[in-house]
Design a protein around this ligand. Structure first.
Ligand code: NI
Length: 259
């Protein structure tokens, strides 16, 4: 090989290396997404590589701009109306009429001794979607009774209800709200207490009962009333109409999650 051909050979190698270097640098800029004059950048997104801008166009528009306003979903406000000490031959049917007219379901905790002769009222409660529970046979403070007697008070009431409506109650309300560990350990029924006491038996004044309940009621409350006074029945209707207008729905206690 003479001197001239050696120089030509070196020049060819040099040119080939330069070409390789150019190709290598070009590929490097493609991989890193670094803006390059080869790419056509998105004019609306300065500095954003065309390839990335291109790929984001296939993603739904909602993902491109995060939501700045949180979306609030209205929470359903639920109340359970409970009526103790019935059935009452006069006031319970009057209450059932008003509940039916308003399409409201309630829970009744019954006195066993008041059931004979009023079985049709119980059947109506069941047919119209209300929940029937046990109060007591004779409205006794169960914490003051032997456990056998406490059980008898509940079981006999349970039996009277089952015979009347064909369904066995599982919920009970302790008379006076009186409960203890012995009862908890020996009574198989589920005790249901209350969070709002209407004091209707004591007030016996419709407006005072309504105010007492509305001033104290919030979402998830269990309201205690008694279907044995005209003032209680009328107050119940006003409470329902007011709370319904304020977005509350009325459920039976088994539909309300109780802590
Ligand atoms: Ni009672």
């Amino acid at each position: 090989m003479n001197k001239k051909s050696s120089l030509l050979f070196l020049a060819a190698i040099l040119l080939f290396d330069i070409l390789l270097a150019v190709v290598f640098i070009y590929q490097l800029t493609q991989l890193s997404g670094f803006p390059s004059s080869v790419q056509t950048g998105d004019s609306a997104r300065p500095g954003v590589p065309a390839r990335i801008a291109e790929s984001s166009r296939s993603v739904p528009a909602a993902w491109e701009e995060p939501l700045t306003q949180p979306v609030y979903i209205a929470e359903p406000k639920m109340i359970a109306l409970t009526f103790d000490d019935g059935p009452d031959a006069t006031y319970t049917p009057a209450l059932l009429d008003g509940l039916k007219a308003r399409n409201i379901k309630a829970t009744f905790f019954l006195i066993g001794a008041s059931i004979p002769g009023n079985e049709d009222i119980l059947r109506r409660m069941a047919e119209e979607g209300h929940l029937i529970g046990v109060h007591c046979l004779h409205h006794k403070d169960l914490t003051q009774e032997e456990i056998a007697e406490a059980n008898r008070q509940l079981e006999e009431t349970k039996k009277l209800i089952t015979e009347a409506v064909g369904q066995t109650p599982t919920y009970m309300r302790p008379p006076f709200g009186r409960w203890n560990e012995t009862l908890r350990d020996h009574i198989s029924m589920e005790p249901v207490f209350w969070t709002v006491d209407s004091l209707d038996w004591k007030l016996q004044n419709t407006q005072k009962i309504v105010k007492k309940v509305l001033d104290n009621t919030k979402n998830g409350d269990v309201i205690l009333m008694h279907d044995e006074f005209a003032t209680s029945v009328e107050a119940a209707f006003q409470i329902i109409d007011n709370l319904s207008a304020n977005g509350y729905t009325f459920v039976t206690v088994d539909e309300l999650s109780i802590d």
